[in-house]
Design a binder for this molecule. Structure first.
Ligand code: FPP
Length: 224
């Protein structure tokens, strides 16, 4: 059976769920947060060490202002209200992405990262204002600036995900098959699972089924 160390998730389908069931996209995001909590719980239960969630991309700034504000409020409340619970559960929180947020959010992030920095059971990476193309270009710029040789090891040392092993499994919900500028370098050998359900409808059972399927796949990494 394959070991499962790192699961990455593109949580797609909130907007469609909200429109379908509540006539409002933002209600889909709110419900999506409940799924986030369920999946964190199940990840802990399954002793998976890293969970990376795509919460906001560098392209999501194109969305209407009211949706952006709603998402960031949700996030601020999550960080303010849930950080003690995450800490008690021995979860380390890390934000990957460009950290140029409001002062309030920057403070919340710094406090949350600092408070949980020594936790060991699960590392929860929230990809926030994250874009893989930016990350890759930035890493090359850093190599040049620091006059480093272009090697895989040096390149990786400037990625946001340095010190985080590559995902074993990438799940995208929402019935679309694309990668949306997420961890393009890091998923070179990840197993990818496209789930039809919208993120707010995705549940514990669906997650376990994907995990169990993953465990049975023969991973070859280019070998035979
Ligand atoms: C993609 O669905 C989802 C997002 C851009 C936001 C994800 C945010 C959450 C699940 C809630 C907040 C999370 C945390 C960790 C605090 P979409 O809106 O693109 O869906 P659509 O394809 O149906 O429009």
């Amino acid at each position: 059976m394959n070991p499962l160390n790192h699961v990455a998730i593109i949580m797609d389908g909130n907007g469609r769920w909200g429109l379908r069931y509540k006539k409002n996209r933002n209600d889909g995001h709110k419900e999506g947060l409940n799924t986030v909590e369920k999946i964190i719980k199940e990840t802990l239960k399954n002793k998976i060490k890293y969970l990376t969630l795509y919460a906001f991309s560098t392209e999501n700034w194109k969305r209407p202002k009211n949706e952006i504000n709603f998402l960031f409020n949700l996030l601020e409340n999550f960080l303010a209200e849930k950080i003690d619970e995450l800490n008690k559960k021995n979860i380390k929180l890390k934000i990957i992405g460009i950290k140029n947020f409001s002062e309030k959010l920057n403070n919340l992030i710094n406090k949350a990262e600092k408070k949980t920095s020594k936790n060991k059971k699960l590392q929860l990476n929230l990809a926030l204002n994250y874009g893989s193309k930016f990350e890759i270009l930035n890493s090359f710029k850093e190599l040049k600036k620091n006059k480093k040789k272009i090697t895989e090891k040096n390149f990786i040392s400037y990625l946001q995900t340095k010190n985080i092993p590559d995902p074993d499994l990438l799940i995208r919900t929402g019935n679309t098959k694309r990668l949306s500028n997420f961890l393009l370098w890091q998923i070179a050998y990840s197993e990818i699972y496209f789930e039809k359900k919208l993120w707010p409808s995705f549940n514990r059972k669906d997650y376990i089924e994907i995990i169990n399927n993953y465990k049975m796949i023969k991973r070859k990494f280019g070998n035979i």
